[in-house]
Design a protein around this ligand. Structure first.
Ligand SMILES: C[S@@+](CC[C@H](N)C(=O)[O-])C[C@H]1O[C@@H](n2cnc3c(N)ncnc32)[C@H](O)[C@@H]1O
Length: 196
């Protein structure tokens, strides 16, 4: 039978005690760009079932803090983590009482319809919401990483990050399917006075 890298990451996640193989995407981002530091306060958007949150908790240690948000409830529990089951479009700034954050990450993905253009547009909308939240909730010098289904509006998203951060990087993790349009846009060191 042909080698399937997805099975490989699925098996690895089981062995490593991760709730999903998506953990390895954030691990790779962290290995390459060191976006998370011990004691950081982190906002994890689209956190269910909780694999990225597991990676974050490992990296921030007991003195850091994690706020997770997802439409779905999360069963993961930690003394320095709080999870909200809510739509990211419905939350207001007052819901993020511990803000500002050192890092904002988003693995949010729309419910895919199979219609590529529609899925990409919904993903771009989620990314624009993440950028908006970074404007309001991320500290100067803070880092961000978010998932984007690449399509017609990708350049606008990339430009949005370039304007606000000292450096922008794009990463297609090893655990992402080759045929997938998924890519991660990474913003390093938020500018104190963004050019927007
Ligand atoms: C790929 S999963 C995230 C996996 C997660 N990072 C992990 O490692 O366990 C994408 C998540 O985005 C969430 N999502 C999509 N749209 C959302 C929205 N408007 N508000 C909050 N969460 C959303 C979905 O409910 C789904 O759980």
């Amino acid at each position: 039978m042909a080698y399937n890298p997805q099975d490989h990451f699925f098996r690895m996640a089981k062995k490593d005690g991760y709730l999903a193989r998506s953990a390895y995407k954030l691990e790779e981002i962290q290995q390459k760009y060191r976006i998370i530091k011990p004691t950081d306060k982190i906002l994890d958007l689209g956190c269910a079932p909780g694999a990225w949150s597991q990676v974050i908790l490992k990296n921030i240690g007991p003195k850091g803090f994690l706020r997770g948000v997802d439409l779905k409830a999360v069963t993961l529990a930690a003394p320095n983590a709080e999870f909200v089951a809510e739509d990211i479009y419905k939350l207001t700034l007052e819901d993020f009482k511990e803000a500002p954050y050192d890092v904002v990450v988003s693995d949010m993905a729309p419910n895919t319809t199979g219609i590529q253009f529609r899925d990409q547009t919904l993903s771009e909308e989620l990314c624009l919401r993440v950028i908006d939240l970074c404007d309001q909730l991320l500290k100067p010098n803070g880092n961000m990483a978010m998932k984007l289904f690449q399509g017609g509006g990708s350049k606008e998203i990339e430009m949005g990050i370039r304007k606000r951060f000292a450096k922008m990087q794009m990463l297609k993790p090893k655990s992402t399917r080759k045929e997938s349009k998924e890519i991660f846009v990474i913003g390093l060191k938020k500018l104190a006075n963004p050019k927007i």
